[in-house]
Structure formats: C-alpha cells, structure tokens
Design a protein around this ligand. Sequence first.
Ligand code: MOS
Length: 731
Amino acid sequence: MTKEPSGKLIGRPIDRVDGILKVTGQAKYSADIALPRMSFGVLVQSTIPGGTIKDIKTVAAEKAPGVIAVLTHRNAPKVNKPKTNNPLLLLQDDTVRHGSQNIAVVIAETLQAATLASELIEIDYKESSFKTRLEDHGSSDLITAESHSDYARGNVADAFSKAAVKLDNKYTTPTEFHCPMEPFATVANWQNGKLTVYETTQGVFSSRKTLAETLGVPQENVHVISHFLGGGFGCKLVVWSHAVLAAMASQMVKRPVKLVVQRRQMFGPVGFRPKTIQQVTLSSGKDGKLSAIRHATISETSLFNNFVESCDEATRLLYDCPNVLTSNRVVKLNIGAPIWMRAPGDAPGSFALETAMDELADTLGIDPIELRLRNYAEKSPADGLPWSSKSLRECYRIGAQRSQWSDRKQKPKSVLEGKYLIGLGMASATHGTYRGSAQAIAELSVDGKLRIKVGTQDIGTGTYTIMTQIAADLLGMPISDVIAELGDTDLPTAPMSGGSMTAATVGSAVHDVCLALLATLKNNSSTNPKSPLFGIPVNDITYGAGRLSKKSEPSVQISFTELLKLSGKSVITAKVDSKPDPSADKYAKQSFGAQFARVRVDSELGTVHVTHLTGVYAAGKILNAKTARSQLMGGLIFGMSMAMFEEGIIDHQFGLVINNDLEQYHLPVHADIPEFDITFVPEDDPHINSIGAKGIGELGITGAPAAIANAVFNATGVRLRDLPIKLEKLL
Ligand code: MOS
C-alpha cells in the first residue's frame, strides 16, 4: 500500500481497499450470508399482467419434501402501507397488477426443495383487460405526476412564431432494466421481536425505515446490513416486495429465510427505466442563438406508483435560452413499478435534447461545438444563480483536441474507409450536484488504528476507498492503518447512495470528523501535563505521519498512540453531524462534461461499431483518479449500452417481458467495448462542500447516447431518434 505524508493522498489512484477481499471471494454479499437453521424462499410470479387470483392450489407444494410453508395472499400476515413512496405489493389481496408480480413464496429446508415445490403451485386466474403499450395512450390517459413539476420561462409560442429556424421532432427511448451483476437477495431473521436483514440495498437506513413501517415495528428493532453490493444502478434505492416477503416469511416460520431473486424474476417487480416519448421543439436565429425550447415527455408508469422519468432537468439549464417550456406526463399501465436508473431523466432527456441540438447544427451548417458555445450559459438560466463552478468550455476544447474533431467533415456520409462509413459526433453532459447530511465517527485506538464509521453503502463505486483515503490524508496516516466501516444501521446515520451524492456527502463527513478528531488530539496534547506539548497553544501544534509537534520547534513532538497511552485511554473518539452549508444555496450546482464518439458503420450491412469514446469531465475535485476513471468509463459503457443495445421487450398480447434474461436482454460485452479516452478538467469547487468534490456516478451516462447517434448521423446521413440503434433502422 502507498504511504504518503499528509495532504498528498487525495486524488491519487489508490487501489481499492476492498479489492483483495472481492477478488479472493472473502467479501460477503447478502446471498453469501449463512446462518444456523437457515431456510430458503423461492418466489412464484404471476403469468398474467392483470386480473385476480381465483384459486391458488398450494397443497402439493406444502406436501413436497423439505417444504416448511407456502406464503400466499390467503395466509400472509396483514402489513402496513409504508409512508415512504415504495411501490410494494405484499400479498395483501388477490389482485394482479402486472406481469411477474410476486404472488407466493415457498419456504423450504433447501433452495432445491423450495425451487421444486414452487413448480407445483397451480394458479387459476380471472383475467381482466390490460394495457402495456405506452404508444396506445389516449389524451385522457396522461397524468401529471406530483413528484416532478412542469417548468416555464418566457413565452415559447411567441418565440416560435418569430423564429428563423424551428425544428420539431419526436424521440423515444425503450424500457430498460438495471441488470446489476448481483441479483437482489435478502436474508431475514426474526429473533425475539427483532429483525436482522442482510439486504442488497443502496440505503441501509431507508430500507430499515420502510421495513419497520411496513411490518409495524419500531425502527430500533430492525437492523439492516449491506457490506458489499454488486451494482445497483438505482434499482436498489428502494425496498421491493421480495425483501418484505422474506421478513414476513421469517416471522411465519420462526427461522432465518434466505431469498435470492432469480435473474428471470428481476424483469418486472424490481424496477426499470420507463419507456419515454419525448417531443422536442427548438427555435433559433440563423446564427444558431436559441430562442425557445419545448420539451414534452410522456413516460410509462405502473398502476400502483406514479414514478416520472424527469427528462427535462438539463433542458432547463444547459443552454442560455430565454424561452423554455417543459412538461412530464405519465401513463398508467399493467407493468411493474419503474424507478430511478443510471442518471434518471438526464440519460434519456439528454439523448433527445442533444440530438435535437445536432439537428439544429446540421440544419444551420454550424459546427456542433460552435453551436453549443453560442448558447453557453454563463450563469444558470433556470434560476439566474451563478455556477458554483463550471468548466464546460474547457471540456469542449480538450474533447475536440483529443477526438481529432478538426478532421471531422460537417457534411454527413463524407468519410469512407473501405466499405466502412466513419463518423464523429458529440454531445454535452451534465448532472446535478447534491450533498446530503451524514454523521460520522472517528475512533483512534492505542494500537495506532483509525476506524472511520459511516452508515453509508459502497455500491461498487469505491466508497470504502475514498473514506480511507480522505482520513489517511487528513491525519497523515498510512492507508493500512485506516479502517472504513459502512453498510450497517448500527453505524452513524447516512443517506442513500443515489443521485451521485455519496462522495460529496460521506467524503465531507469523513473530512469533518477527522478535523474534529485532530482538534481533540491537539487539545489533549496541550492540556495533559505529561505531554511534551503541554502548555503550547493549539495553534502552534501541527501534525503529520501520525504525530503532533510544535510548529516552531518540530523536535518537541509526540505520536498519536503515545498520547493515548499517557492519557490512559484505549481510544479517542470524535463524532460529527455533517450538514450542507446553506451558503451553497447561493449557487447553481452541476457537474459538466463533453462526450465524443467515433463510429464505423458497415455501408453494406448497416452494422454499427463504436470505435472510440472520448469523455472530458469537470466535476470538482477528483478524490481518486483510478476509481473515478472507472466510474466514468462505466458511464460511457452504460451510455453506449443505451444507445446500441438495451431494450426491454414486452409481448403486448400477453403483457409479459419476453427478453427476461441476460442472453436476450442485450448488454455490451468485451468485444463491443471501444477505446476509451477519459480526461478530468482540474476543478476545485470552493462552494459546494468542504472537500470540493461534485458527483461523478451519473455524469458519464448523460450525453453519451446522443454523441453516438450523432456520430452515426455524421457517418451515414441517417438521423436516429429512436433507441436503441439497430442496423434495420439504417438500411
Ligand atoms: Mo442512482 S439511479 O441515483 O442509483
């Protein structure tokens, strides 16, 4: 492990501190948890999208070898509706509201016995009419979701009527499933009125709240643990029904229950990105200066939640445009509940907006980067606030250089290499920067180890690593002496890992608690008569490499551990409740980037290969160059995946997802992966938080699909407004 003096660790490409545990199989994921007397639950899901269960025959399953119980709506304990907005269907009635709805759980001595018995359950449905196709909506089906309001500034209609150029086009994105490598899994154990849950979650505290509310027990009686997560991408931000059902089952059989959701059971009842239909209208003068943007989105939602895919977030603030009107409507269908996924709203929204901008550039004969510079927003057009920091211009400049933009031909279908058409496209990326409140504890013990405790989660992004890195940096200690603890509701309270806010939130809390610990150490060294620093004012005490010393006379010093020993303490603790500084509200806070794609299209077959993806990002201080690069590379892969592959397909005759496995739901594999070129523009935002870091998790997904579609246009002259890009759309 790297050893560095204080102040030199933040930003360095430190290896993941949990990397060895992961690659050697020592990291225990929820499904790996083994408890004495464990029983195993298997879900049974509906094979119709709407109707009622007339009869459910469970006798054969109950009599099968090893079966302990079968939980259905007939014997399920009554539970509460959660106050939180979790879309839960918990066997409380006989109604089927979507295909693959969880309608029974078989609990047995072994997974095999439960799986076999689950096949023996016979269900007699009364089917009702259903709707699963968003395109079939009538105007009366359009619902305004309260969670995300419409937006207006200026007068769009007036601007459109006077505009030199006006473009009006429809863009669509399909239903997309999160497909984390690690499927959902819950181990639930009721003992003496208390529930312990090992859960695949992006929020241990929010999970605890929902479980407690639903099950009608105080939150103190629920303990949620999630030490490692194999991806979440948003679907693990809420508690889904299987987790509560596992807890209900454990209460019923009075044993621990392990319930792992099968891959094919993940396509419906555990969230997805809803299909969107987006109408974007742009107007400008001949010089490309935008005069108006209208962005109207319709997205699909379930019968039992009102989730809205908020595609207009970037439209409100990305460009300096006086007249903007956006709306978001949802249509209720017999589908599972959609939920946040990989830059919710911003990923499909930026596809529409940034493709429309490319169309405007093409119509006017203006270079796409130049068009964006002519509409550069020097302050936030949404609220008039100054940006806390914004280096988008630098992103364009560096990205143009690195992608050889100057060689690009503005006229499409201009570059042929053999039988391949070559194209280059770009798009802007942006994502909101958020910071929540988090508590943190730092414990320095006499053995020289520093424990940093925060009840956050590491969803695979590197939270363990940056917690360790920030603490080691601030206290001048080696990485190997710092132990980060997270993923447990017994630890200090922290928010969900979502909205790309964990590094900014948890990083700031770790920063603050380390400074608090340092202040305590300095104070102890100055006030303890046995200390060599006794009587020296704290502002004349400095530190480094695990020692405190007198600034003006460095030979007067004491190590942290000696100080603990002579204070007669085995541990010194600091605790903070780290909150956003309200002065940050005087600024508009966004991270920015520019994405560039180079594609090669087979002129005979129409096959598209993305050969190069260049991303340049300005996202505040980068805490770890290695894990940050991995995240932005992940963002580009997700963006490419969205552009080229992902599409949940529902058979509308039966109302069921038909490509419900990783063979038929297409995700990129190594052979699909292009050359990546990822650059960070140095930024240290002084306003957003104590560590100057913005979020990076979702930024890289925004813009990338449009950059690819724009590159395909540049290569072929075919404008693609419907994702994913498929060869038949090019022929
Ligand atoms: Mo993210 S979609 O907020 O996990």
